[in-house]
Unconditional design. Structure first.
Length: 987
């Protein structure tokens, strides 16, 4: 723990040293920029900007611009309505939309002088389509490189990051002027296996990262015209997406799903996708059913795409691509990947777009338009046509797997690295370990969990006299982990500067076989890259995960940012400018994959190489604290001279040939826990105590505030309190019964919080509190909402200085624990919940087996029935519809087929519910009830289930492990028990 504080303290010093205190001029600009992102589909409500918009016209000031012709063409076209109208959907992949947006970008980009830039932007904001305006404005702001911060894209355009359900509820809340937190569910249902990994593709931070990467490296960027360098843009295009792809596979394996397969032009797109989302203008995002086939588009056919692919493949195998002048440009060197990346994306720097097309960009369009290729139905653009929404669709990862395999084909042609290229003579890694900040004694075990986060929905809804601003947020669940530290011992023969590269690899493939480095290497996930000064002799290196070179640590919301700027403008606080301020970067929480509840094995790898040889020192130093691994350094060289992904970007022949002394590879596990099971860190405990001391100093006053906030957000909950259910909200604060209740709650919590550092006592008290609530009507959803509101109120009451991130996570854990206890108590009182006690191994084994059976529910179902009828022929008579059909004709009988399918769907429901005791109880209850009407007795049923299990065993072969056997046995025993109850209810 001590070390963690030390390393964080160090990090802060470095960060502060790099940051400068903002002066008033900067602050004023930053404030103006923020206001230009606010409520873009309505008139500008900022007085200063509204005035500029009225009085300034670029067309009257053409001489001020370095490119007057472009300015004139653009704004004349806007004035005469030739530009995309406001309110319409902006689609970067549509040529005309993009041309217009780039034109506006150009005007803003070349208006270098602030005043001109600002006035032009303000003028455009009111007149240009809001999507186009923001895209051009954001890209221009990012490329000014002045350290301006933009709000997260999910606050600028919440429609692109939420779903129709959330938006609908948000509108309702706005109409009734009720501050509300709306829980957002991931898209789809548990019947869709892809939903198990939707937390990754739908993570708001991941989508923000991905869209910002493309804004930092636009495929239309013309370096000659707009400046650069966009160093190694083609290679970075591969690498950033390669990392997304391998991360996605690691998430899949964490959830019992097989690695994603690549798209193929003449095979069906297996998974459909229903985004259930709407654009701000009310148009729906189109859906795609399963198994769609690619369709020709008006201006390009599937055959064209296959030809482009063939030319690329041919180039890869031949070792060169042909440029426009027919020169052969060699690929078989470290730069080959960059050339290939540019040609495949394709970016403006493609060496021959006519010949190689634009495989990647067009694939996005093909996927997006697959359900309405000829625009017969006028569907809106699909999620694949926006970088903000693309990763939601599982097909995104199939598409990028396809890209990735082509890149791999090229990399596989390169000569494997030699020992000399990998080694750092005189440097030896002696020890490598990783520990979470909570438990220093526990080596090499990392912990992930789901935490909640909020999206401010203010910009999702228009505001008017009757619908004023009121706080409405969407609440999302996001993967995160307990921060950890690497501890590395390195001995050096002489002093040197080294660069350390840390990677994580999945240990076993989906079949459970351990992967050799030859196979695992391509899936290496980069976790960090940092420099270290080595002294002669033994060096101990400590590095915290929060310093990682791949992640963006925190993103402040619009309101927080504006408040910080305004505080500094009025000398109430300080504001620091970071010139390397990035918006691209993997969200901190996603640094490591989820892992499994029983602990999933990974390989953690570190290699030290020579800083002097490998690094562009200037760009590395300036960008040291930014997420440069995936995002490079804007306007500068990529800091690492080695190929991206080194040393795992090339083929590895064997561990023996690969291993050198300057590397180490260890096995670690990643365990996934529920928030309530995650221990408090010492910092969280102390922050809970210090914030609580504020609340407990006035139990009645603060208790009243808590309850009033709760009732205001969820008015119906007041009804549960008989003694003051009918008192108007205005009168509540003077009502005796209400005040007593409020005080009692705080006193009760005080008792619990006082024992926060005594786990057993804390747990007992929590249990007691939960027990006292079990007879209330209050369901856990209610409690969940309440506790979120409580955390918010504690934040407000204690103020932002005291309410640190540790206080925030600490309180969330306190309430998560309470909810869990209440859930336990509630299920206990309802009694008779079919809690199947499966071990995590059994659960995984069952899920794996089921993946196999699931591929053909009908066929396998028929085999199960036939197997049963073979042992007990009389059982066929029970089924009237096919009682008389000879057994060898059953397979072609429709009624029999239907029966088999339905039965397997029931089992499928059970498997889907396997993680949730209450869902499982519901499925079993339904099954039990259904069988009351059947002429089955429990003995027959038991026999049948036995045959089902036997067939599963035969079908999955080796997958029928001892864990699988015991799991299925338990599951079916419980099922029989429940059906038995159903039958006995009848008899
Ligand atoms: Cu980022 Cu396909 O390149 O979405």
């Amino acid at each position: 723990m001590k070390f963690y504080l030390l390393s964080v303290a160090l990090l802060v010093t470095i960060a502060l040293a790099k940051k400068e205190k903002a002066d008033k001029t900067f602050l004023k600009k930053q404030q103006s920029i923020l206001k230009l992102t606010w409520r873009l589909s309505q008139a500008n409500d900022d007085v200063e900007q509204a005035e500029i918009s009225q009085n300034y016209n670029p067309l009257d000031n053409l001489t001020s611009y370095s490119n007057p012709d472009t300015v004139q063409t653009l704004f004349e076209a806007v004035n005469s309505g030739e530009y995309k109208a406001r309110g319409e959907i902006f689609n970067l992949f549509a040529e005309e939309d993009r041309k217009q947006a780039v034109e506006l970008f150009e005007v803003l980009h070349f208006a270098k002088e602030w005043d001109l830039f600002y006035k032009t932007a303000v003028f455009a904001r009111d007149r240009v389509n809001e999507g186009q305006f923001y895209y051009a404005f954001m890209t221009a702001v990012l490329h000014r490189n002045e350290g301006f911060v933009l709000p997260p894209p999910y606050e600028v355009f919440p429609h692109l990051f939420t779903n129709s359900d959330v938006i609908r509820q948000a509108y309702k809340a706005k109409m009734t002027q009720t501050p509300t937190i709306i829980p957002m569910n991931f898209t789809g249902t548990i019947r869709n296996p892809e939903q198990r990994v939707s937390y990754f593709g739908e993570d708001i931070g991941l989508n923000a990262h991905h869209s910002h990467w493309h804004a930092d490296f636009p495929f239309w960027w013309d370096s000659d015209k707009y400046g650069g360098p966009k160093d190694r843009q083609g290679e970075l295009f591969w690498y950033t997406h390669h990392q997304l792809t391998v991360r996605f596979d690691a998430e899949r394996l964490s959830n019992g799903l097989q690695e994603v397969e690549e798209l193929q032009w003449d095979k069906p797109i297996l998974e459909g996708f229903v985004p259930k989302a709407t654009y701000k203008n009310g148009q729906e995002f189109p859906s795609r059913p399963d198994n769609m086939i690619f369709q020709d588009l008006p201006h390009i056919t599937v055959t064209d795409m296959k030809h482009y692919e063939l030319r690329i493949r041919d180039g890869i195998a031949a070792g060169f691509l042909k440029d426009k002048e027919h020169n052969a440009i060699s690929l078989n060197n470290s730069d080959g990947i960059d050339i290939l990346g540019k040609a495949m994306e394709s970016s403006a720097d493609s060496i021959n777009p006519n010949y190689y097309g634009s495989i990647h960009n067009m694939a996005h369009v093909f996927l997006s338009k697959v359900t309405d290729p000829k625009n017969k139905y006028g569907l809106a653009p699909g999620v694949m046509e926006h970088f903000e929404t693309a990763t939601r669709d599982p097909a995104f990862f199939r598409l990028h797997k396809y890209m990735d395999f082509l890149f791999k084909e090229h990399k596989d042609y390169l000569v494997p690295y030699t020992r000399e290229e990998i080694d750092f003579p005189g440097v030896r890694v002696d020890r490598f370990e990783v520990k979470t900040i909570i438990d220093k004694a526990d080596r090499n075990n990392l912990v992930t969990y789901f935490d909640t986060d909020h999206i401010d929905l203010a910009n999702a809804m228009d505001t008017s006299e009757t619908a004023k601003d009121v706080e409405i947020k969407a609440q999302v669940s996001r993967l995160t982990h307990i921060p950890f530290n690497y501890e590395i011992e390195v001995s050096a023969n002489s002093a040197a500067t080294a660069v350390a590269r840390v990677f994580l690899m999945v240990k076993n493939n989906w079949y459970g076989e351990e992967m050799k480095i030859e196979e695992a290497g391509w899936g290496a996930m980069e976790l960090d890259k940092f420099s270290v000064k080595l002294f002669s002799g033994l060096n101990t290196i400590n590095r915290s995960s929060v310093e990682s070179s791949v992640v963006l640590n925190e993103r402040k919301g619009y309101k927080q940012l504006l408040a910080a700027v305004e505080d500094a403008l009025e000398d109430r606080g300080e504001y620091f400018v970071d010139k390397q301020q990035r918006h691209c970067g993997l969200p901190r929480g996603l640094l490591i994959p989820k892992g499994t509840s029983e602990g999933m094995a990974f390989r953690l790898f570190v290699i030290f190489t020579d800083y002097e040889k490998d690094i562009h020192a200037d760009s590395f130093k300036s960008g040291r604290d930014s997420p440069h691994s995936y995002c490079g350094i804007l306007g500068d060289k990529y800091p690492d001279k080695r190929p991206l992904g080194f040393p795992f970007d090339r083929k590895i022949q064997s561990w023996e040939l690969f291993e050198t002394e300057n590397m180490k590879d260890i096995e670690i596990t990643i365990k996934h826990k529920s928030l309530s099971k995650v221990d408090f860190s010492p910092e969280e405990i102390s922050q809970i105590k210090s914030t609580w001391s504020v609340i407990r100093s006035d139990p009645t006053g603060n208790g009243v505030t808590l309850y009033l906030n709760w009732f205001q957000s969820l008015p119906e909950t007041q009804k549960q309190f008989k003694r003051f259910s009918n008192i108007t909200r205005e009168q509540l604060s003077t009502n005796e019964a209400f005040r007593t209740q409020a005080t009692a709650t705080i006193t009760r919590l005080d008792d619990i919080i006082s024992s926060i550092d005594h786990p057993t006592e804390f747990c007992t008290k929590m249990k007691k509190l939960a027990g006292d609530h079990k007879f209330r009507d209050a369901n856990t959803k209610n409690f969940r909402d309440m506790t979120n509101i409580f955390v918010e109120v504690i934040r407000k009451l204690t103020g932002k200085t005291l309410f640190t991130p540790a206080a925030n996570s600490g309180w969330k854990k306190v309430f998560a624990r309470l909810i869990e206890k209440i859930e336990e108590e509630t299920s206990f009182t309802h009694g008779h919940i079919a809690k199947v006690q499966l071990t995590p191994d059994e659960m995984i084994a069952i899920k794996r087996n089921w993946e196999v059976i699931h591929q053909d529910l009908t066929g396998n179902g028929m085999d199960m029935y036939l197997h049963w009828f073979a042992a007990f022929p009389h059982m066929q008579k029970v089924f009237k519809k096919f009682a008389q059909v000879p057994r060898d004709q059953l397979k072609t009988n429709d009624a029999f087929k239907a029966q088999a399918t339905v039965t397997l769907h029931w089992i499928d429901d059970m498997i889907e519910a396997i993680d949730s005791p209450s869902d499982m109880a519901a499925v079993m209850k339904r099954l039990g009830r259904m069988h009351q009407t059947r002429h089955t007795n429990i003995y027959d049923f038991r026999e049948m289930v036995k045959r089902i299990q036997e067939v599963i065993g035969t079908k999955v072969g080796e997958g029928y492990t001892p864990a699988a056997e015991s799991g299925w046995t338990k599951l079916f025993a419980k099922l029989v028990e429940n059906i038995g109850d159903g039958l006995s209810e009848k008899h």
